[in-house]
Design a protein around this ligand. Structure first.
Ligand SMILES: O=C(O)CCC(=O)C(=O)O
Ligand SMILES: [Fe+2]
Length: 279
């Protein structure tokens, strides 16, 4: 339940292929072209958005073998179009359409998860509303000569309610009971996983998935990831209907904005933010 493959999402294989192609074309651009969308301006990282990997902020930071483009896609009013690629020319329209169509699939999942939690079907959809933040993350993992020594993406959980991932090759692995398992690629299926926010809201019923990406000597790999979160001002805590004398709150209340700060700090050092809010 912390990861599943979704096939009934309604997106045609041709549309998904187009989205993947536009992503590939972006990463294939010359570096100078991609750096026009850099997430670093005058040596300072101003926000989450833009092209480029994490800033090195810690001495012992573990680096990832990937190249990344982050773009806030929802709410629309907060988009920074300056950082949205204009190459390939179809990129912007495809991303806008992908955002809308993935949201429809995500809403189905939110409704079903609410039902599983014995909440009103619309509980999570209403909580998410129109102003919650959705971040798109495009990952490119080049071939790696030493896959036995290098991870594409270090072990982490996502700071999301759920994450929706469309990848073109194997490489994603999930951890269960200390063992790593490969997530298979099913053509045209979306990979969905539970993130920290859902673990907290559900008071631990759903567990945030520990996952990582391994590298490959022969093949490069791409993934298009949408991270669904809430409004930054939300007081994040277990849903009150899921807390009672028998099931006391297992997570401290924290403003999402503060949680995200902790998340980025712990991500850099390879530890888990969620462990810091468990009671
Ligand atoms: O590349 C992938 O399949 C996973 C990426 C991922 O876990 C992330 O961006 O949080
Ligand atoms: Fe992730």
């Amino acid at each position: 339940w912390d990861l599943f493959l979704a096939v009934g999402h309604g997106m045609e294989p041709s549309f998904l292929a187009e989205a993947m192609k536009a992503t590939r074309e972006f990463f294939n651009l010359p570096l100078e072209e991609k750096q026009k969308y850099s997430n670093i301006v005058d040596g300072e990282k101003l926000g989450m958005d833009g092209y480029g990997n994490d800033m090195v902020v810690k001495e012992n930071q573990v680096l990832d073998w990937n190249d990344r483009l982050n773009l806030l896609v929802e709410p629309e009013a907060l988009r920074t179009y300056r950082l949205w690629p204009t190459q390939p020319p179809s990129f912007r329209d495809i991303l806008s359409e992908y955002t809308v169509r993935c949201k429809a699939a995500a809403n189905l999942v939110f409704r079903n998860m609410a039902k599983i939690l014995n909440l009103q079907e619309e509980h999570l959809v209403n909580m998410i509303g129109e102003n919650s933040i959705t971040q798109a993350i495009f990952n490119y993992y080049p071939q790696c000569p030493r896959p036995d020594h290098v991870l594409g993406l270090k072990a982490h959980t996502d700071g999301s309610i759920i994450t929706v991932n469309f990848a073109d090759a194997e490489g994603l692995q999930l951890q269960r009971n200390g063992v790593w398992y490969n997530v298979p690629i099913v053509p045209n299926a979306l990979i969905m996983n539970v993130g920290d926010i859902m673990e907290i809201l559900s008071n631990g019923f759903f567990k945030s998935l520990v996952h990582r990406v391994v590298t490959n000597a022969e093949k490069e790999r791409l993934s298009l990831v949408l991270v669904y979160t809430l409004e930054l001002e939300t007081e994040l805590e277990p849903v009150s209907d899921l807390v009672d004398d028998k099931r006391p709150a297992r997570y401290m209340k924290i403003k999402l904005h503060d949680y995200m700060e902790k998340y980025h700090d712990t991500y850099a050092t390879g530890t888990l933010a969620i462990d810091g809010v468990k009671i």
